[in-house]
Design a protein around this ligand. Structure first.
Ligand code: NAD
Length: 409
């Protein structure tokens, strides 16, 4: 299994070489400012104590407070959290919001916990880490398997401990806890804007009715699917952790959502074929959208990928070996640090509203987000053309230049 932190460092090295970036600054960016491991003892519903492991990595704050989600997953580990915090620093710089990069996680399968246990665990995480959080220092948000409800518990715990109202300490909160309109759909919506701009700039030619396969059907994937419905593209495959579905004539999103709600899985949706997550990636489609976990496109399957364009809505889905193969095959990869940056851009809008006591309408938020994503995509496209390099290298160059400018300021 690829180490995601090594993947992140290899990506930076490549961009640094192309743009001849300042070696001292690159060395600094290869080392997170700080990371911490905590143990979280919880009394489970059966009266027994169980100790969970949690992490937080604060990668770099040259451009503003550390910012990044908290992931609950059985495979969370320190290298993953470090890599995700690193990508946040670069993502925030690409999309040009005044945040640095952070990330956290707990090693847990939240599906195995009751609601009470989940709340205790979320509060315990804040009890152990509240001293390194704060609106001007480190601002967590949801990630895989965490959501607004968990952010509300965490904020409540933070405010109880510190004795201060500080809603800007967490983003991705429910609306009635200071959340922002549009945050829920922001990442998927933003990915839709990046794809629209890339196709407008003819990075590849996709015929009308071009087929799209999406891996995942969580927050990001489902809102991305919604964002591109009505654009003439046809979603032919979706998946969840239990497997995928394929219908070359197109999948009805409402029917898929209802089926998943009723049965707990996508598999078995009427009119579609049940496939594995691996098969989904190799389907004969124009556009492939990994929107679940990292390391799914590797040296082992890159040769079998038939898509012309890969839009990375998940963080770190492509290993450097796969990147090289895609490059040789002229498959265009729009990197995660640009493609999924709509989420954190809207987290910034939420943070800003909280800090200034403002409330923006959904229309306002999505309009601002659209403009922010268009600007970021065009900044990256400009460097891609100028440096005759990949989308990923161009995004790293744009970001690194913005970070280095502040580091030396
Ligand atoms: P989520 O928990 O809402 O959804 C995750 C999806 O992945 C679910 O459909 C789940 O069934 C599926 N999944 C889990 N394990 C899988 C496996 N082994 N194979 C295939 N599918 C699997 O999470 P999300 O918020 O949608 O995040 C998805 C990705 O997007 C992650 O990489 C996350 O870091 C990234 N991301 C999320 C946001 C955000 O705003 N939520 C922002 C930027 C990036």
């Amino acid at each position: 299994m690829n180490n995601p932190f090594e993947t992140a460092l290899a990506q930076l090295d490549q961009a640094a070489k192309i743009a001849k970036l300042e070696p001292k600054a690159i060395e600094r960016l290869k080392n997170p400012d700080r990371y911490v491991e905590v143990s979280l003892p919880i009394i489970m519903d059966n009266g027994m104590q169980k100790i969970f492991k949690g992490f937080r990595s604060q990668h770099n704050n040259s451009r503003g407070p550390y910012k990044g989600g908290i992931r609950y997953h059985q495979q969370v580990n320190l290298d993953e959290v470090k890599a995700l915090s690193f990508w946040m620093t670069f993502k925030n710089a690409v999309v040009n919001v005044p945040f640095g990069g952070g990330k956290g996680g707990i090693v847990v399968n939240p599906k195995e916990l009751s609601e009470t246990e989940l709340e205790k665990l979320s509060r315990a995480y804040v009890q152990k880490l509240y001293m390194i959080f704060g609106p001007e220092f480190d601002v967590p948000a949801p990630d895989v398997n965490t959501n607004g409800k968990i952010m509300a518990w965490m904020l409540d715990e933070y405010e109880k401990i510190t004795g201060k109202k500080a809603p800007a300490t967490f983003t991705g909160k429910p609306l009635d806890h200071g959340g922002s309109q549009g945050r829920e759909e922001a990442t998927g919506f933003g990915g839709g804007v990046v794809l629209r701009e890339a196709l407008k700039n003819k990075v590849v030619e996709i015929p009308a009715g071009g087929a799209v396969a999406i891996q995942g059907f969580g927050n990001v994937a489902s809102h991305f699917a919604e964002a591109i419905s009505g654009t003439g593209l046809k979603i032919v495959a979706l998946s969840d952790s239990k497997g995928g579905i394929y219908n070359p004539n197109g999948i009805d999103l409402n029917a898929a959502e209802a089926h998943k709600k009723n049965t707990g899985a996508l598999a078995g949706l009427e009119g579609s074929k049940t496939i594995s997550n691996e098969e989904l990636l190799e389907l004969p489609v124009e556009i492939l959208v990994p929107a679940a976990l990292e390391n799914v496109l590797t040296g082992a399957n890159a040769d079998k990928i038939k898509a012309k364009l890969i839009l990375e809505m998940a963080n770190g889905p492509t290993t450097p070996e796969a990147d090289q193969i895609f490059d040789k095959k002229s498959i265009v990869v729009i990197p995660d640090i640009l493609a999924n940056s709509g989420g954190v851009a809207t987290s910034y809008f939420e943070w800003y509203q909280n800090m200034h006591g403002e409330t923006w309408s959904k229309d306002d938020v999505l309009k601002k987000l659209d403009a922010q994503m268009v600007a970021a995509t065009n900044d990256v496209l400009k460097i891609r053309t100028q440096s005759k390099t990949s989308f990923r290298n161009a995004a790293y160059i744009v970001a690194a230049q913005r970070i280095i400018e502040k580091m030396s300021a």
